[in-house]
Design a protein around this ligand. Structure first.
Ligand code: BDR
Ligand code: CA
Length: 309
């Protein structure tokens, strides 16, 4: 069983990733940590608690975290997630709130209380909480298990600017701290998440499931699919963040390549660009792996099967 801290900014695709994680017995969810990102920090924490309650997983603690990026001005993605962060999903006041204690401190406390390499991190929002945790505890990176991040773009170009993907653009300095930390990172950028789209048949398969998490996921997918059609002119929105959890459950669904990865933190034009270098003197020593391919049918089969549980 993988011991997991899931750091996120729900967010419609974060919410679906949470449902996938909550429904998967292979994952022992030690904590959900939330950050400002798609919407404000108070909304992402509340949204995580709403999704947790729909999934019936109030046993998992939630810690709210960073309310702004390390240095840059805050940038949100309400255009793709709605004002609430959860599109048109019917909201309610969660019966259980978040725990005391900042997300970054919770990450430090949990990781340091476990054996080296025992705790895996999934990051589906800006990397702010993890970067703060690494500043709080300088030995954290060496103690962490794998860090699986949704962020960045190489072949695909950006989705928030011409050269940057949203999560990295929203806090490029934090991403650079994490990628330069020496922690073993698996990075799911747009190159791979754009291969995994909620086309009509896949969306219909989830819509046919009569379970609370599947019904909520259908509302979220249909909302994203409509935006994809109206704003981008495409069919089937990419499900970025669920790729991170799908990788943890079924790594064989993804192709990875060892690389070096640096984040642009100063150029106004290319801020948040991920420079992925495959030409390595010693590939075996590389600490970062970049996802290049996904079995999209496999990811959706997994998601659909878990949402039916
Ligand atoms: C990423 O940005 C956010 O808007 C999504 O939740 C996802 O994590 C995709 O670029
Ligand atoms: Ca996200």
């Amino acid at each position: 069983m993988t011991k997991l801290i899931f750091d996120c900014d729900p967010g419609v695709d974060d919410a679906i990733a949470l449902f996938l994680a909550f429904a998967s017995p292979e994952l022992e969810l030690l904590a959900i940590t939330t950050t400002a990102g798609n919407v404000s920090a108070s909304l992402t924490a509340r949204n995580a608690a709403i999704i947790r309650q729909i999934a019936g997983r109030e046993d998992v603690p939630i810690h709210a975290g960073a309310d702004r990026p390390l240095f840059r001005a805050a940038v949100e993605a309400g255009a793709f997630h709605g004002e609430s962060g959860l599109g048109p999903l019917e909201l309610f006041t969660p019966a259980k709130g978040v725990e005391a204690g900042h997300a970054a401190q919770a990450i430090v406390d949990i990781v340091m209380a476990h054996a080296p390499g025992e705790v895996t991190l999934a990051v589906t929002g800006p990397c702010t909480n993890l970067a703060l945790a690494m500043q709080l505890e300088p030995t954290l990176a060496a103690r962490l298990g794998p860090v699986v991040v949704m962020g960045g773009a190489r072949r695909e170009g950006g989705n928030i600017t011409a050269s940057a993907e949203f999560n990295i653009f929203a806090d490029p300095h934090a991403a650079q701290v994490v990628f330069a930390s020496g922690a073993r990172c698996v990075v799911m950028g747009l190159d791979v998440t754009h291969q995994v789209r909620a086309d009509p048949a896949r969306t219909a398969a989830i819509a046919a499931i009569d379970r609370p998490a599947a019904k909520a996921s259908t509302v979220l997918l249909e909302f994203s699919n409509a935006l994809e059609r109206d704003i981008v002119g495409g069919t089937g929105a990419p499900i970025h963040d669920p790729c991170v959890i799908a990788y943890l459950l079924a790594p064989q669904l993804f192709t990875l390549r060892r690389c070096d990865l640096q984040v642009e933190t100063s150029s106004p034009l290319t801020l948040g660009h991920t420079a992925v270098e495959f030409r390595l003197p010693d590939p075996a020593a590389a600490r970062i792996e970049w996802a290049t391919g996904a079995d999209a049918d496999g990811v959706f089969t997994l998601l659909t099967e878990r949402l039916a549980r």
